[in-house]
Design a binder for this molecule. Structure first.
Ligand code: BG6
Length: 515
């Protein structure tokens, strides 16, 4: 198929996926909002932080460059430090030049974009700063016809409620304010209780449908493709269940250690930092039932059902199904407690107790300082009966068919199956390959770009709903409390993690598949 056909196919598939959402908790098959953004102003709280110059402003710039923004839009940085519009723009220019996927940046293009960027000084708890922000936005409404006001909280979570309630007090957000939305960044709490408190407190000042919780994994093309892959093909659905699938392995491995993020990471650890959000997203999209329609609530309803089908592990279960460890040398990292028990690796076996998956283990692992960076979902099918081939060479055990969904890097999908070796009565494993790069070139939009665009147009499909967050915490809480008294093991940096993680699968006659 020529690439232009492929682009068209993707564009029409995209249209199918992008019909307007419906109100939370209802199910009519209404279309999603149009992808064309209406004039908007986005205010970024915590604008002097790293995220703003690494991801957010380069992301909006990317959308500008892709002509995905309306003529009228404004990006307003909100932070404590005194600075002029000009100096804020300079900082953002520096960040965009360094981190944008479009670097090197064309000077004229940056100049055109930067006319839309400005700065608003204020403390998060300072009522006057919100009053003046409101006046500023009001002027934009009059002068530029901007009706949509968006608020991006790139702040520490302890400020979420403060900022949203201040916005609520001046009438910029609220249950009846349909033209304003708020996005928050993880962590959404550090356990079930704090997450619940956060959900409950925010619900008093903003409607759930206008609150967007970002999980940047959902912005990855390969993760979105999981939905297309499963439900836009007829050949996978009939085999996607316990009759044919033996088990599923989900790996998110990182080669880097904790680096300079010790201050945040220590005390949080891999299960809260990665499993509670990113790995649970991968698990739910892999395991969910086909949604009734493709709008956000239908998809999110199915994802939540998967989590609800995972029972809360008891402390005895945790000892059997969860492994944690820390890489050697972690404790001497910057801003890490020298006696830290924080895990940098988690291996986990979860069972989804529903009709589709009962008895099929889902093995999850994630860690820092591992052999390499590799995120992959491997679906391992049941072994075929051996009877027919047992007299042949090399067939003591037939390989099980495997589907590798490679999320990053070297994005692609590979099916492994058995084939006859030419000229011999022998069997070998061969692969059928789809590589994104060879089919679609190296084009891959930044996850943040896609998510920012969805936020701007009001499409919440790729954002995490409150009930998803809480269900994931229910499971993670049980694991962390099961671990409370247990010592944390060690693993060698550059390895694939602790041997206990291999043992977790060996007990079931399985093993982690080399990536
Ligand atoms: C973040 C975690 O959410 O995801 C980090 O806080 C982790 O610890 C990162 O490194 C991984 O994201 P990616 O996109 O590089 O796989």
């Amino acid at each position: 198929m020529p690439d232009s056909d492929a682009t068209q196919l993707l564009a029409s598939a995209h249209l199918i996926l992008t019909r307007k959402p419906y109100a939370h908790g209802t199910h009519p098959a209404l279309p999603k909002p149009p992808r064309r953004a209406k004039p908007f102003a986005v205010v970024i709280f915590g604008a002097s932080g790293d995220l703003t110059k690494r991801k957010l402003v380069p992301g909006v710039f990317g959308l500008f460059k892709e002509k995905a923004l309306p003529d009228q839009f404004e990006v307003i940085g909100f932070a404590r430090r005194e600075k002029s519009d000009e100096s804020f723009r300079e900082e953002m220019e520096e960040g965009t030049k360094k981190f944008s996927r479009f670097a090197p940046i064309d000077a004229a293009e940056w100049k055109a974009f930067s006319q839309h960027v400005s700065y608003h000084v204020g403390n998060f708890d300072e009522a006057e700063a919100y009053q003046s922000l409101k006046l500023r936005l009001e002027k934009l409404r009059q002068s530029h016809g901007i009706e949509q006001f968006l608020f991006y909280l790139a702040t520490a979570p302890e400020f979420f409620y403060e900022v949203v309630s201040q916005l609520n007090k001046v009438g910029l957000v609220g249950p009846d304010n349909e033209n304003s939305r708020v996005v928050i960044e993880k962590p959404f709490g550090h356990d079930f209780k704090s997450a619940k408190e956060l959900v409950t407190s925010l619900q008093t000042v903003i409607d759930e449908s206008n609150l967007y919780r970002i999980d940047h994994y959902l912005g990855k093309e390969t993760v979105q493709n999981l939905i297309y892959f499963r439900f836009a093909n007829s050949i996978y659905e009939p085999i996607w269940n316990r009759a044919l699938i033996d088990h599923v392995q989900i790996t998110v491995a990182e080669a880097e250690g904790v680096g300079t993020r010790g201050g945040y990471y220590d005390g949080v650890g891999a299960v809260r930092d990665m499993v509670q959000n990113h790995l649970m997203q991968l698990l739910t999209i892999t395991a969910m039932e086909p949604p009734g329609s493709l709008n956000s609530e239908a998809i999110r309803d199915e994802k939540v059902k998967v989590l609800r089908s995972i029972s809360t592990p008891t402390p005895e279960d945790v000892a059997r199904i969860a492994v944690r460890a820390q890489y050697e040398g972690y404790r001497s990292s910057d801003r890490v407690d020298p006696n830290s028990k924080t895990e940098t690796y988690v291996g986990l076996k979860l069972l989804i107790d529903n009709w589709r998956w009962a008895g099929v283990p889902f093995y999850l692992r994630t860690g820092k300082a591992l052999t390499k960076r590799a995120s992959e979902i491997v679906v391992v099918f049941r072994r075929p009966p051996l009877a027919l081939f047992k007299t042949q060479d090399n067939c003591e055990q037939l390989h099980r068919n495997r589907l590798h969904i490679r999320l990053q890097p070297d994005e692609g999908i590979h099916l492994r199956f058995n084939a006859k070796v030419p000229g011999k009565s022998a069997m070998g494993a061969v692969d059928m390959d789809f590589a994104y790069k060879s089919k679609f070139g190296s084009y891959s939009p930044e996850a943040y770009e896609r998510l920012l665009h969805d936020f701007i147009v009001g499409d919440s499909t790729l954002f995490t709903r409150a009930d998803e967050v809480l269900e994931a915490w229910r499971i993670v809480d049980a694991i962390t409390s099961g671990w409370a008294q247990a010592p944390v093991g060690l693993y060698r940096g550059g390895s694939w993690g602790p041997s206990e993680s291999d043992a977790l699968l060996e007990k079931d006659g399985n093993g982690w598949i080399d990536l």
